[in-house]
Design a protein around this ligand. Structure first.
Ligand code: ZN
Length: 257
């Protein structure tokens, strides 16, 4: 736990000097795997909260903000906040309304992401959502016809996604210890590692590069080869369900950011 605490301090208060030692007070709660954090400044807390989810050794750190009036051991860590990307929506529909619809279907909608110019125009729809991490993560969303007919399924990509169980899709364990795999209920992985937004991006970039190379070699001829992401199973996880709570003296809105 000590290395975890010093890692967190380094991440959350980077380049801190001796004078910064009271900016973040960390205490381990007796008899639990929870930590209580007290931030001296609201901006430090805001910085940490808006960059959630956090993970350590690839496992999720569940975090929650509390006003300090309740027992920190009873603070719920069930809702965790993610930026979710949805690819393939026509630019005309990349807006707050679509973001709200998707966000509410997936969990607690917070906001729709805009680019630096405050515009929604782009190739992706970004939605900040509070997700129930005690349930299997949602893989996709079906959107009724806008410029297409019927319902169309769009895959969800989670930014900064920690390791999940690729068999049942929860974040609290990995495939290695999945009870539903061990009981034979789910014999094969049903989740794809490309649920992870950064992996998806790398995979798409690689595919684009390979396609460009292929076109160069074959002079534009079409020799397309089906590509599939490599599926992994049997993750090891050190801090499976470590839970963390934030505490700070002033009342802070939990839906900030
Ligand atoms: Zn599982």
């Amino acid at each position: 736990m000590d290395s975890l605490i010093s890692n967190l301090r380094g991440l959350w208060i980077p380049n801190s000097a001796l004078a910064d030692r009271y900016r973040l007070i960390i205490c381990q709660l007796d008899g639990s795997r929870r930590l209580l954090f007290s931030f001296a400044s609201a901006s430090d807390l805001h910085w940490v909260v808006t960059r959630a989810p956090w993970s350590y050794e690839k496992a999720l750190f569940a975090v929650a903000v509390t006003d300090g009036t309740v027992d920190p051991l009873r603070v719920s860590l069930q809702k965790q906040f993610f930026w979710i990307r949805i690819r393939g929506i026509p630019p005309l529909y990349i807006d707050e309304e679509t973001g709200l619809g998707i966000g509410e279907a997936v969990g607690d909608y917070i906001k729709t992401g805009k680019d630096r110019n405050g515009s929604f125009l782009g190739r992706l729809l970004w939605v900040r959502v509070g997700v129930d991490v005690e349930k299997p993560l949602r893989k996709g969303i079906s959107i009724p016809g806008a410029s297409w007919s019927g319902n169309k399924l769009f895959k969800l990509e989670y930014e900064r996604l920690p390791q999940i169980c690729l068999y049942c899709g929860v974040v609290s364990h990995t495939g290695f210890s999945c009870p539903r795999r061990l009981s034979g209920e789910i014999p094969e992985p049903t989740y794809d590692v490309l649920l992870n937004a950064e992996r998806k991006e790398a995979w798409l970039a690689k595919r684009e590069m390979e396609e460009a190379e292929r076109e160069t070699v074959s002079g534009g001829g079409s020799t397309r080869v089906g590509m599939h992401p490599v599926k992994h199973s049997g993750w090891a996880m050190a801090y499976g369900s470590a839970g963390f709570s934030y505490y700070q003296d002033d009342q802070i809105e939990t839906r900030m950011g």
